[in-house]
Design a protein around this ligand. Structure first.
Ligand SMILES: *Cc1c(COP(=O)(O)O)cnc(C)c1O
Length: 384
C-alpha cells in the first residue's frame, strides 16, 4: 500500500497486526542523536526491549551499536545491525563464549567468578575485545521490585563487598543498570551511590556504561539534566567513553497493536473478546502489571459504554482491562492499543496456539511494508 494515511491503514489491515511508524522511530533517534552530540556519549540499542531488525537500517544511522544479553542477541546485532556489539549476560556458558567473543566489541561479566573464568579466553580469541564488569550500586528507585536490579538478593552485578581487585588487570570498563522507565534525576542518585562505592576504580577505566532504563524520549524527560550528568562525570574522572543502552526509549510510542472485536458476551458486565491475547502479545499488562491505552477509550465508567476487554486464549486472566467507549462496541470493530512496539514483539509467544500479530512498518512516504506474517508453522515449529 502506498501513500496511505495511518487511519486508512488501520481500517483495512488484517488483524492482529503490529504497525511501527518509521517517522516516530526517527523522532526518537533524533533526540538520542542530539544527546550524543552534546554529551559525547555513545548510545546502544538494547535488543531485549526492541529488536525489529527490519528497521535497523534507520536505527544504525543514529546509534552506535547494540547491547546483547547472550549469544542469540549478539548474533542478531552482528548480522543485522553491524556496528558495536556489547554482550552482557547474567551467566555465560562455556560453549557460547567463543562465538560471543568473536563478534563482540565489549564483553561484560556479571560476577568475579565469570570474569576470572572467561576473560583470558575471550582476550585470546579476540585480542581487541574490551572486557568489563557489571557492578551493583546497591541503589535503585525502580518503581517495581520485579524491575529492580539492586533489590534484596539481586543476582545482577557485583556488590562492592564482593569486588576483587585482581580482575583490574584485564578489566577496562564498569557497567551498571539500575533504572526502569526513569528520569535523569534517578540516574543522578544511582551515580552518587556508584561513585561512592566504586569511585576509586573509575579513573583507571576506559569506559563506563550507565545501562538502560533512561526514559529519554518521554515528553517530560529532563534531557538537559542527562547531558549535564554525563559531561560532569566525564570531566571529573577524565573518562572519554560513557555508554547508554536504552531499549524502551528507542521503541517508545512508535507503534500500535491493532486487534478486532470477535465476540461480545455478557456476564455481570459487557465483555469484549479480541483476536489478541494479553498473556501472549502484551505480557507486561499482566506481569508488570500496567494498563495499555486504547485509542479513543476512557477508564471504566468515564464514557457511556464500559467493557472488560479480554483476549482469545483459554486463560481466565487473559484480560487487558476495563475500558469505556462513546458508542457501543460491535463485533468487527478494530481496537488500537497504543505504544506496543517495545517489550511486546520481543516477548510474544504462541501460547494456546493463538495467532501471532503480523509485523508491519509504515515508512515515511506512507508505504506500508508487511515484514512478517505468522501462521500455523510459527506455532508448530516451536514444538516437537
Ligand atoms: C533491560 C536492559 C536494558 C534496557 O533497558 P530499558 O528499560 O529497555 O531501557 C539495558 N541494559 C541492560 C543490562 C538491561 O538488562
Amino acid at each position: 500500500m502506498k501513500n496511505a494515511h495511518i487511519n486508512t491503514i488501520i481500517d483495512t489491515i488484517t488483524t492482529p497486526a503490529w504497525i511501527i511508524e518509521e517517522r516516530r522511530l526517527r523522532d526518537n533517534l533524533e533526540i538520542m542523536d542530539s544527546i550524543k552530540e552534546q554529551s559525547g556519549a555513545k548510545i546502544l540499542l538494547a535488543l531485549k526491549g526492541y529488536a525489529v531488525f527490519s528497521t535497523f537500517d534507520t536505527v544504525s544511522r543514529y546509534l552506535d551499536g547494540c547491547c546483547a544479553s547472550g549469544l542469540h542477541e549478539a548474533i542478531l546485532a552482528h548480522e543485522e545491525f553491524g556496528k558495536e556489539v556489547h554482550t552482557y549476560s547474567p551467566a555465560f556458558k562455556e560453549e557460547d563464549i567463543e562465538a560471543i567473543a568473536k563478534i563482540s566489541h565489549h564483553l561484560v561479566f556479571n560476577s568475579i567468578a565469570q570474569f576470572q573464568k572467561f576473560a583470558p579466553k575471550a582476550k585470546a580469541i579476540n585480542p581487541s575485545i574490551s572486557l568489563g564488569l557489571r557492578i551493583n550500586p546497591e541503589f535503585s528507585s525502580s518503581p517495581a521490585e520485579q524491575y529492580n536490579p539492586c533489590g534484596l538478593y539481586s543476582r545482577l552485578g557485583v556488590t562492592v563487598s564482593n569486588f576483587d581487585e585482581t580482575i583490574l588487570e584485564l578489566c577496562e570498563g564498569l557497567h551498571f543498570h539500575a533504572l526502569c522507565e526513569q528520569d535523569s534525576s534517578a540516574l543522578a542518585e544511582v551515580l552518587e551511590h556508584f561513585e561512592a562505592k566504586f569511585g576509586q576504580y573509575i579513573p583507571q577505566m576506559k569506559w563506563i556504561n550507565f545501562g538502560g532504563g533512561h526514559h529519554i524520549t518521554r515528553k517530560d524527560y529532563d534531557i538537559e539534566g542527562l547531558i549535564d550528568l554525563i559531561n560532569n562525570f566525564k570531566a571529573k574522572y577524565a573518562i572519554d567513553e560513557v555508554y547508554l543502552e536504552p531499549g524502551e526509549a528507542v521503541g517508545w510510542e512508535i507503534g500500535v497493536l491493532v486487534a478486532t472485536v470477535v465476540d461480545i458476551v455478557h456476564n455481570g458486565m459487557e465483555l469484549a473478546i479480541l483476536d489478541i491475547c494479553a498473556e501472549a502479545h502484551m505480557p507486561d499488562t499482566i506481569l508488570m502489571p500496567y494498563r495499555a491505552t486504547i485509542r479513543g477509550s476512557g477508564k471504566a465508567g468515564e464514557k457511556a459504554y464500559t467493557y472488560r476487554v479480554t483476549g482469545n486464549s483459554c486463560l481466565a486472566g487473559d484480560v487487558m482491562g476495563d475500558y469505556s467507549f462513546d458508542t457501543p462496541l460491535q463485533v468487527g470493530d478494530k481496537l488500537i492499543f497504543e505504544d506496543q512496539a517495545h517489550y511486546t514483539i520481543v516477548k510474544a509467544t504462541t501460547f494456546n496456539g493463538v495467532q501471532l500479530p503480523s509485523i508491519n512498518i509504515l515508512e515515511e512516504d506512507g508505504t506500508l511494508r508487511c515484514v512478517k506474517k505468522f501462521g500455523y508453522e510459527a506455532f508448530r515449529d516451536r514444538l516437537s
